[in-house]
Design a protein around this ligand. Sequence first.
Ligand code: AMP
Length: 278
Amino acid sequence: MRIIETIKELRQWVADTRAAGSTIGLVPTMGFLHEGHMKLVSTAKDENDAIVMSIFVNPAQFGPDEDFDRYPRNMARDTQLAKDAGVDVIFAPSVEEMYPRQSAITISAGRLAEQLCGKSRPGHFDGVLKVVTKLFHLVQPDKAYFGQKDAQQLAIIESLADDFNFPLQIRRVGTVREEDGLAKSSRNVYLTEQERKEAPHLKKALELGKQAALAKQDPVAVMTDYLRDHTSGKIDYIQFLSYPDLTEKVEGDAILALAVQFEKARLIDNLLFTVKGN
Ligand code: AMP
């Protein structure tokens, strides 16, 4: 496995790999790898000849009061995990390598960022689009892999690829969970012992909400009551929307999503399911 830190070296590897006729799968991450990331890699391995994993804590997607500086990092451990999983290249550029100057051009997620996390994290998805656009151009993957855990991000990236004709396929990968239902996340390390005990109730709240939604009842009310009774976290949002277009008129494919702010960790989770018409 190679660790590449410069765009020049990456471009050379991409040119050589494509010239050899190999297909490339891209798995973008911010590192501090867990089994969710590894499922993206194993899915990518099944579908491509060569795998590039990017590890880049992207400052453009963090707000000024967010956790960029203290975001967990462990390059040595990540390197070992990626190597064991059969990743061919880790692309781990510095911030200066990715963003050598302030760009005048911005990419906006627009309407799709007006719901869910986009509301509480202004500019977050524009920052995601900035880095993902660069990665798509640099790696030129045939397929790029994203987790359903970050379902709004996935919807926005699908829209980017479709609207702007990126010559690649976006692949969705289901959420990997702990045995008790908590969605795996690099940010779970921020939870206190007590909060970690409460965190599986997020998935339970979603299951209750899903039952309510399928019975044509309001999932938000049920989930709000449940979360207030079972967690000490503050509810940031609970929303039931169509998916992936994220409108409030829910028909067919839907997303039920929540964000809960604990003392140091803001956790998100969601379920995607289909609502049948009346
Ligand atoms: P991150 O490093 O948190 O930016 O995540 C990198 C990629 O891994 C994103 O596409 C995430 O959606 C995906 N991911 C994160 N957690 C999980 C999980 N528990 N299950 C599946 N995919 C995940």
